[in-house]
Design a protein around this ligand. Sequence first.
Ligand code: GLU
Ligand code: MG
Length: 447
Amino acid sequence: MTDSTPVPDQRQRILEMADRLGVKFMRLQFTDILGAIKNVEIPDKRFEAALDGRIMFDGSSIEGFVRIEESDTYLRPDLSTFRIIPWARTGEKVARVICDIHNPDGTPFPGCPRQALKRVVAKAAERGYRMTAGPEVEFFLFHTREGEPVTSTHDAGGYFDLTPIDQGEDVRRHIVLALEQMGFEVESAHHEVAAGQHEIDFRYDDALATADNVSTFRFVVKNIASQHGLHATFMPKPLVGAAGSGMHTHQALVQGERNVFFEEEGRWQLSETCLFYIGGLLRHAKGMCAVTNPLVNSYKRLVPGYEAPTDIAWSEKNRSPLVRVPAARGRATRVELRLPDPSCNPYLAIAVMLAAGLDGIDTRTDPGPPVNKNIVTMSRRERRHLRIDELPGNLSEALDAMEKDDLMRETLGDHIFEHFLEAKREEWYDYGRQVGPWEVGRYLKMY
Ligand code: GLU
Ligand code: MG
């Protein structure tokens, strides 16, 4: 498990390795509240200071980070995340290390998403649990024209298609190689349903390591794609009438080596703990949606017909619902939340998912019966009869639901909760003032 307490040996090993490999720069990396990677780059002379957490930065320039009067913060690296970046634009070797943000007095900075996740991980640990999480990250590869990304792709591939149709295959292979060089265990990489759409799955890990991985993954994918003159996007729904990109997240709780979601004698061979966890995910689905699906555009993905969830239900058979229990049992028992999309802040998204599941366990929330019929083809009446509720229809509804869900405030802490809502309300407000091509096309002539 990752931990930011500096281990003297580790520090020494990193310094020696950096010296031996001729690492010239180190990026001290962190994410802002909205999930964008930020970094402060330092030259080799400052490596020791950096590893000791003595590098200060002025956080007031970063989205949602600080109030002006408290803008000095310190970057405290998690030494286990030290990696050499496997490409060099200027020929100089660059390494990175992921950091937590601290106040000058050493206390955690309340706007640090990584530490928000650590708090929930600690809450799980108090109950004897460790979460494992495995995301399936989907993305599009698009062309660029004069350096600007466009939404065209010459790729006519479909699910699992092979070359020559799949033009993204070479790029994807380079992405996988770069990921492996950065310590990822890639399990599979394939074309997704839409033209230009891909998915790369890497091995599950602890909650914190997985959040770090998602953040690194997006950085690697974007960089390698751009080296090939392509633009990689994690925008959830870039094309009208085509599948969007999800970040289905497989999750389980383990106690030592034991997967506590599995129970030989249990119904569906699932433990009560697993069912309560599902109950928690369902109960907080609306409240957490703004975090797991944070863009105006996220809600264009959550529509029927593209294998994305729209209703709050679970199943141990069907693929369409919000929560699916894959067939594997024993140590591989897990639940898959199909809600998140890859534009989310992975630290906050995993934090709210885990918090929702734990809350389900604490409050013994019954998830109700599984819905094994295809929800998409059900009538509204049928859904109401089964008491199947819908996910928020747009960002504004999701923000309202988030604001009403006390668990979200408690999980994110006041600082992140307030800043997140404020930034997202502004985004929604800005969107509301736009007049788009759909409206012009639909109304201009008719009225
Ligand atoms: N692209 C789909 C989504 O938006 C998922 C497709 C799949 O099942 O892998 O969630
Ligand atoms: Mg997929």
